[in-house]
Design a protein around this ligand. Structure first.
Ligand code: PLP
Length: 348
């Protein structure tokens, strides 16, 4: 997250006992097999990918998901293809439609492409309001759906996304960001790519796979749509990231075990919040959730920071809500103590 980078630069180095639950990272980091694969391939890092690691990754990832290799483009994280998709499909006469609150990166890229941005409120259950999003801009170039949503962790049911795909304005493309999908029980929309729809799906290795600092992500789409991203930039992939990603997807236990580990801590934290009269917003199926604090969210963030607990940023549409990432059980124990202390004090 940009906010994390900014925070670090403002603060210098975070204190060693800081609880870092501000950027939806995975405290488990890369799995053992991924670390081993990185160590093994590192000596070959003097050259570009001469060992075909990228082709192998694409082949394996495609086979695993019922896709063709030409449906997959690999990047150093999903931020790159997210930005390039916005640059490629939006402009002054082709708007961007996004939910609010949602991940801000798409709207940030639209400032570069000069596209008008329509931000559409979430529904009462904090799903994307696909009917309103589809109606928001008849000349939309791109409609961005983040499922589960960042910052709320809430789900937009698959049927709603399929409805958007069938009913979106002519000539527009749907961008479905599945960064957090493995943390939920939701089904992917990869099958709609295989069916040839106007759709790009983003996945990242930064979340459940714990590789935010290693950098690997994929854009999945029709080859003609993926080709539109190419002119914006094509970087060489780090072979360490490719090797780590291959090792990670080969680990059949990783997703189910990490999903449960995280859900247990999330469930416990949300139950504690409710039992203590605090107000989590909606139902998170992800590694982050929001809390309506009933006061200026920035003051809560600052109060927690004094306790060395670093939580996420504020979305202007909800000035009293804070986003909290799910860390380790120990992180969340520290969070609970600090949050109660801050909330027990009168609002500043
Ligand atoms: N999409 C969503 C919804 C995110 O929350 C993030 C990071 O927080 C990203 C994309 C980009 O992450 P990365 O570039 O590490 O894949």
């Amino acid at each position: 997250d940009m906010a994390f980078a900014k925070l670090r630069s403002q603060m210098g180095v975070l204190p060693p006992d800081a609880v870092i639950i501000n950027a939806n990272e995975n405290p488990l980091g890369p799995c053992k097999a991924a670390c081993d694969a990185i160590a093994q391939i590192a000596p070959m890092g003097g050259r570009y990918d001469r060992v075909g690691e990228g082709d192998l990754f694409v082949k394996e990832y495609a086979a695993m998901h019922g896709l063709k290799p030409e449906n997959i483009a690999v990047y150093a994280g999903s931020s790159e293809p997210l930005h390039y998709t916005v640059l490629a499909f939006t402009g002054p006469t082709r708007g961007l439609v996004s939910a609010d609150p949602s991940y801000e990166s798409a709207a940030a890229a639209a400032e570069v492409s000069g596209a008008p941005v329509r931000k559409v409120a979430l529904t009462k259950t904090f799903a994307h309001d696909v009917k309103a999003m589809v109606a928001a801009d008849p000349s939309a170039g791109l409609i961005y759906i983040c499922n589960p949503n960042n910052p709320t962790g809430t789900i937009t049911p698959r049927e709603e996304i399929l409805w958007a795909l069938e009913n979106k304005p002519k000539g527009s493309v749907l961008l479905v960001d599945e960064a957090y999908i493995h943390l939920s029980d939701e089904q992917t929309v990869f099958d709609q790519v295989a069916a040839g729809k106007d759709l790009i799906v983003l996945r990242t290795f930064s979340k459940i796979y714990g590789m935010a600092g290693i950098r690997c992500g994929v854009a999945v789409g029709r080859p003609d749509l993926l080709a539109k991203l190419v002119p914006y930039y094509q970087n060489a992939m780090p072979i360490t990231a490719l090797a780590a990603a291959r090792a990670s997807i080969a680990d059949a236990e990783l997703i189910p075990s990490r999903k449960k580990w995280l859900a247990d801590t999330r469930t416990d934290t949300l139950a504690w919040l409710k039992a203590n009269g605090y107000k989590p917003i909606g139902e998170s199926h992800s590694n982050c959730f929001m809390i309506d604090t009933g006061r200026d969210a920035h003051s809560v963030i600052a109060g927690l920071q004094k306790e060395k607990v670093y939580i996420g940023r504020v979305w202007p549409v909800w000035p009293q809500a804070v986003r909290v990432s799910v860390g380790t059980p120990e992180d969340m124990a520290r969070f609970k103590t600090a949050f109660k202390k801050v909330m027990d004090a009168p609002p500043t």
